[in-house]
Design a protein around this ligand. Structure first.
Ligand code: ATP
Ligand code: MG
Length: 394
């Protein structure tokens, strides 16, 4: 059977309007290169930007590699869809010859078909409609299949470009979004739970490069819990290449809060301390935003009052991508991106340690700021910067 020798990648045109086009396309091309480096031996020349699409040249890979390539491309943000394609010269005879070759193996499966042409090369002597009709009529004669414009079993897509014609039968959906790295950088607070990895995924989807920060209470919580957070961050590398995890000891901070502040405000003060430390680390690493997995009302303490009192702790933009999402939607997404199975493993959450009996559900900023005066926040931040561990992910 004839093997496809090109992949045609399509991206969202709307996002690329304006002066940013070159920057976006280049980033996307780079991200594809990185993602496919393991399968394509000399990717630089083989991944080209051509007139509003990216064309990947394949050296007749085997079926297994093709599957891997498809899976990997499906994870590149910025791509809307891609197709395993065949390339031929810019003339009707070549198109006919290739079209028949592609159709032959399908003879018995598809009864009806249609041809759908997009012509970016306006110098090609026939317009899209004429190509559809001529190639359609030719295939009817050759294959005995019938044309159905409304509901065909099979569509033959043709793209007539400046240099070549591409032919393919299927569009494979990719994740959409914007190329990672085009929107800047963020620092995601990763807890080990279900929500924060999904929040990080959505930040990546909008073009942010994401580093991770995790607070642990070792030795009171287990090493396995920290390990689990590393696994989650690694899983998210499916969608970006190269990032860091900042692992921050938090037991001493919790102890100070416990000893010096009202019990009911404990969790709120933990969260505020996390955000303040994250802000300091984020700024040092050129992050333009912090990301958390908060979701309004998901638990009793996630009230507007609490969320706003906690959020006030950071002067760096705080993004909460899941804020309006249902748990069910979040779990579904977690399954889709592969973080669910890791997240549901047991772990000790540093915040459920030493939980107050009656946590505050409607915190007031003045009370919280008053309680915080009993802490040396400057020192807490400084100590954290000194004690943090940095793990580089490839
Ligand atoms: P998750 O499922 O991500 O744990 P959650 O719904 O359980 O979220 P909380 O536990 O209240 O919510 O945490 C809210 C957010 O605060 C988390 O989504 C995460 O971004 C951040 N966070 C909580 N604990 C930690 C931690 N130990 N390290 C880093 N970030 C944390
Ligand atoms: Mg949690």
């Amino acid at each position: 059977m004839l093997q496809p020798n090109r992949i045609i990648c399509h991206y969202g045109e709307l996002a690329l309007k304006g002066g940013n086009r070159n920057f976006f396309e280049k980033k996307l091309q780079e991200n594809i290169q990185k993602k496919l480096a393991a399968f394509l031996p000399s990717p630089i020349e083989k991944i080209r930007r051509e007139y509003g699409r990216i064309v990947i040249e394949l050296d007749f890979p085997n079926q297994k590699d093709l599957e891997k390539i498809q899976k990997n491309l499906g994870q590149v943000f910025g791509l809307v869809n891609f197709s395993m394609a065949f390339e031929c010269d810019l003339d009707l005879e070549s198109i006919k010859k290739m079209a028949v070759e592609i159709f032959e193996p399908l003879e018995n499966k598809a009864e009806t078909f249609r041809v759908s042409t997009r012509r970016s090369n306006k110098n090609f002597p026939l317009n899209s409609e004429e190509v559809n009709r001529q190639i359609g009529a030719f295939l009817v004669e050759k294959s005995g299949q019938k044309v159905s414009l409304k509901n065909p079993d099979q569509t033959l897509f043709l793209e007539i470009t400046e240099k070549k014609v591409f032919l393919y039968l299927k569009k494979i959906s990719a994740v959409g979004g914007l190329p990672v790295g085009t929107a800047g950088r963020a620092l995601a607070l990763l807890s080990g739970g279900l929500d924060s990895p999904v929040a990080a995924f959505y930040a990546l989807k909008r073009g942010l490069n994401v580093n991770f920060i995790h607070f642990h209470s070792r030795p009171h919580t287990s090493a396995a819990s920290v390990e689990k957070v590393f696994e989650l961050a690694k899983k998210l590398q499916d969608f970006q290449a190269g990032s860091k995890i900042f692992s921050v000891p938090f037991a001493q901070v919790q102890k100070q809060i416990m000893l010096n502040c009202p019990e009911s405000l404990r969790v709120i003060l933990y969260r505020r301390a996390m955000l303040k430390i994250s802000e300091a680390i984020g700024r040092k690493n050129k992050a333009g935003a912090l990301i958390t997995g908060d979701s309004l009302g998901q638990v009793a303490s996630q009230t507007l009052e609490n969320l706003s009192v906690v959020g006030e702790a950071s002067n760096l933009l705080l993004l909460r991508p899941l804020i309006t999402m249902d748990k069910e939607e979040i779990m579904q997404k977690a399954r889709q991106i592969g973080t669910y199975d890791i997240s549901i493993l047991p772990h000790d959450d540093c915040c459920t340690r030493l939980m107050p009996k009656k946590p505050e559900l409607h915190a007031r900023l003045d009370q919280v700021l008053e309680a915080e005066k009993n802490l040396d926040m400057e020192k807490i931040i400084q100590d954290s910067l000194e004690k943090l561990e940095i793990i580089e992910l490839k």
